[in-house]
Write a protein that binds this ligand. Structure first.
Ligand SMILES: N[C@@H](CCC(=O)N[C@@H](CS)C(=O)NCC(=O)O)C(=O)O
Length: 201
C-alpha cells in the first residue's frame, strides 16, 4: 500500500494507524501547493480532488477521506482494537467520533489555514472550535481515549487535528483533559514512529 501524505496534515492519522497496526505502508510525499509528486508528476492523476490522504490499495482508484482510510487500515488488523468489529454498537460509537472529528473539527480548522479567509470568518471558526473543544474535553474527563481506555483510529484522527491548535495559536488552557489526551497519544511508540517519519518529532 502507498499512502500519499504531507507532513503534519490530516494524512498523519492513517499514518499513525498504519504504524499502530504494524502495516507495511510506503509513504509518498505530495506538494499540496503545486499538486505534484516528488518526480514532478501531476497529483491529480492520483487523486482528482488534489488532497491528502489517499491510499493506494492496489484495487481500483485510491481510497480517500481520512475517516474512511483509517478504518480501512484498522480493519486490516482486526485484533488490534483500532476499530471495533463492524456492526457492533462500539463500531458506531467509534464512527460517530470519526465523523465528528472530520466535520466538526478538521473542516472547521480548514479556513484558518487559508491566507484569503477574511479575519471575521476566522474569528467565527475559532469560536466554533472552542465550543467543540469544550465538548471533547468533557468527553475525555473520565477516560484516556475517546471511546474508553483503548486507543482507536478515532484517537489518531483527533490527535492529528488537535496538533494544529498550536500552529494556529489557539488558546487551549481551558481544556486540561485534551492536554492529557495529547500527552498520552504522543507517548505511544507507534505515534512517535509516525511523527519521526514525517520529520515532526
Ligand atoms: N475530505 C477530505 C479532506 C482532506 C483535506 O482537507 N486534506 C488537506 C490536508 S489536511 C489537503 O490536502 N488540502 C489541500 C487541498 O485541499 O488542496 C478528507 O476528509 O480526507
Amino acid at each position: 500500500m502507498k499512502l500519499y501524505y504531507k507532513p503534519g496534515a490530516c494524512s498523519l492519522a492513517p499514518h499513525i494507524v498504519a504504524c499502530e497496526a504494524d502495516l507495511p505502508v510506503e509513504l509518498v510525499a505530495v506538494d499540496l501547493a503545486r499538486k505534484t509528486l516528488g518526480d514532478g508528476s501531476d497529483y491529480a492523476a492520483v487523486n482528482p480532488n488534489g488532497y491528502v490522504p489517499a491510499l493506494d490499495i492496489g484495487d481500483g482508484p485510491v481510497l480517500t477521506e481520512a475517516s474512511v482510510v483509517v478504518q480501512y487500515l484498522a480493519d486490516r488488523k482486526p485484533g488490534s482494537g483500532l476499530m471495533p468489529a463492524a456492526g457492533t454498537t462500539e463500531r458506531y460509537r467509534a464512527q460517530q467520533w470519526l465523523a465528528f472529528v472530520s466535520t466538526e473539527l478538521h473542516k472547521q480548522f480548514s479556513p484558518l489555514f487559508k491566507p484569503n479567509t477574511p479575519d471575521a470568518t476566522k474569528e467565527i471558526q475559532r469560536e466554533i472550535l472552542a465550543r467543540r473543544f469544550a465538548f471533547v474535553d468533557d468527553a475525555l474527563a473520565d477516560r484516556t481515549f475517546l471511546t474508553g481506555e483503548g486507543f482507536t483510529a478515532a484517537d489518531a484522527y483527533l490527535f492529528t487535528v488537535l496538533r494544529w491548535a498550536d500552529a494556529m495559536r489557539l488558546d487551549m488552557t481551558a481544556f486540561p483533559n485534551i492536554a492529557r489526551f495529547m500527552a498520552a497519544v504522543q507517548a505511544r511508540p507507534a505515534v512517535r514512529r509516525a511523527l519521526e517519519a514525517e520529520g515532526l518529532a
